[in-house]
Design a protein around this ligand. Structure first.
Ligand code: OAD
Length: 238
């Protein structure tokens, strides 16, 4: 399906309240590897083998080496044209599965980070979540109390931040357009959001093999298609 049909629908419906849901694909054009597919593998491990409480208990050094590698990539990366276009939407809620913080760096003000933030850490004994964006001199890093620090992200089997899904669902109830950008849509509960929405929705993903829960599927890279879609939204809103 071409982008033209999606753009035509925006011109007809003139959506005012927009929710944008993103996954790793929106940051692929910033050079950050996605999770699934060949690029997602690190030293032959799958993310599902590393992003779990069990993996951390078994081998905190291995898990931290993976996170420090990703933190370094993200630190050096810049928001791309898709993040920047999304940030131009006034009053849109951005619901992201990404932990890279690039939507906020691009200027989006209302961002729900469903899976936390990779530059946050907390103590496994004391909790006490805090920001720590710099590289750690020694891995695995430890809290002043001596216990291990862990990345401030949601691992498989863990609960999402308490207010994340309620905020996303509340915004979807009022929305008249949902944009879904760069997610394989296989990780729940995030994947349930797009499936629960029955208004006008547009997905951007170069891989069409999984099909789409959205009204329109635009087979293109995020940095290429998102600015074009958002230009039209802003045009009909003005
Ligand atoms: P995935 O790696 O599962 O999927 C990325 C999607 O982005 C795929 O469908 C790709 O086709 C698409 N894609 C690749 N390049 C793109 C581009 N340039 N523009 C647009 N789309 C592109 O990532 P997520 O769906 O975000 O969770 O994964 C969901 C969750 O699984 C992650 O948040 C993480 C992971 O394990 C946790 O760590 C809990």
């Amino acid at each position: 399906m071409s982008i033209d049909a999606a753009i035509q629908a925006i011109r007809e419906r003139k959506p005012r309240r927009v929710v944008v849901m993103t996954g790793a694909g929106v940051s692929a054009d910033s050079g950050i590897p996605t999770f699934r597919g060949p690029d997602g593998l690190w030293r032959n491990f799958r993310p599902e083998e590393l992003a779990t409480p069990e993996a951390f208990r078994r081998d905190p050094l291995l898990v931290w080496e993976w996170y420090e590698w990703r933190r370094g990539l993200i630190r050096d990366a810049q928001p791309n044209a898709a993040h920047e276009a999304i940030a131009r939407l006034p009053d849109a809620l951005v619901v992201t599965q990404n932990v890279d913080g690039l939507h906020t760096r691009a200027g989006s003000r209302d961002v729900v980070e469903l899976h936390g933030n990779i530059f946050h850490v907390s103590c496994v004994r004391e909790g006490n979540p805090r920001m720590h964006a710099e590289a750690f001199p020694d891995l695995p890093p430890r809290c002043e109390c001596g216990a291990l620090l862990r990345p401030g992200v949601v691992w498989f089997g863990e609960a999402l931040p308490e207010d994340a899904m309620p905020r996303a669902y509340a915004a979807l109830q009022r929305a008249d357009l949902l944009l879904v950008i760069g997610t394989s849509g296989v990780v729940y509960p995030a994947a349930g959001l797009a499936r629960a929405y029955d208004g006008l929705s547009i997905e951007v993903n170069p891989d069409t093999s999984l099909g789409s829960a959205c009204t329109f599927l635009v087979p293109a890279r995020a940095a290429e298609a998102t600015p074009r879609i958002i230009d039209v939204i802003l045009e009909v809103q003005s």
